[in-house]
Design a protein around this ligand. Structure first.
Ligand SMILES: Cc1cc2nc3c(=O)[nH]c(=O)nc-3n(C[C@H](O)[C@H](O)[C@H](O)COP(=O)(O)O)c2cc1C
Length: 197
């Protein structure tokens, strides 16, 4: 379970925090179905359903690590030192489930701005993070693991001509206790508009 038990529906949202270090067990198949179904309740202008998710689990995680790390090294990214590669491999090996996130580019759509499709995909992804948390799992959205290296998204079947690749969700059981997060006071970010300025 992540942190304290969820007291109210609103607390389910406010108590979520990202958890990077995860282990098994992963959500059970029926739970994963619930988590992915939650994504389908995202707001979606024009019902374009722009979100796409690719589930990666079991032996496929090792294959993803091989493909992604080789691609990142080929891309010449100087940050991919042998030490970094080792730590990413160890991290990925301990995570029991990844979900790759992409936005399907609606080539024929002329009505709904692309930014709105991206936002709908982000909302769907947020629903996944919240649903995983509500079922007692930890989750972490990462744009590491070669997200911006074209060969990685191609290897996942997400050709860059048709998909904007948005990263990976790691999902599993928190590897250690998760203290509550410090969140800012909403008043720092909210104003009330009462008429033209
Ligand atoms: C699209 C997106 C990509 C992210 N990629 C990374 C990443 O590659 N590495 C990282 O450390 N955090 C990344 N983060 C941030 C974490 O997922 C997480 O939100 C952050 O650690 C704050 O934790 P919180 O969600 O509990 O506020 C990303 C967040 C988003 C929304």
């Amino acid at each position: 379970m992540t942190q304290t038990a969820i007291a109210t529906p609103l607390h389910a949202i406010t108590s979520r925090r990202s958890v990077k270090f995860l282990r098994g067990p992963a959500p059970k198949p029926a739970e994963l179905e619930q988590i992915l179904q939650a994504a389908m309740s995202a707001p979606d202008h024009g019902a374009l359903r722009p979100w796409r998710f690719v589930v990666i689990q079991g032996e496929a995680i090792g294959k993803l690590a091989d493909v992604a790390l080789e691609a990142v090294k080929r891309s010449g990214d100087p940050r991919m030192t042998p030490e970094k590669e080792k730590s990413v491999r160890e991290w990925m090996a301990s995570v029991p489930l990844f979900v790759a996130v992409a936005q399907k580019i609606a080539h024929d759509n002329t009505k709904i701005p692309e930014a709105e499709q991206l936002l709908a995909t982000g909302c769907a992804t947020m629903n996944i993070l919240n649903a995983a948390h509500m079922l007692g799992y930890g989750a972490f959205w990462s744009t590491g693991i070669g997200t911006y290296v074209e060969d990685v998204q191609a290897a996942l079947g997400l050709d860059s001509l048709d998909y904007r690749f948005l990263g990976f969700l790691a999902i599993g059981t928190p590897a250690c206790a998760v203290p509550p997060a410090n969140r800012p006071d909403y008043r720092e970010f909210v104003t009330e508009w009462t008429g033209p300025l």
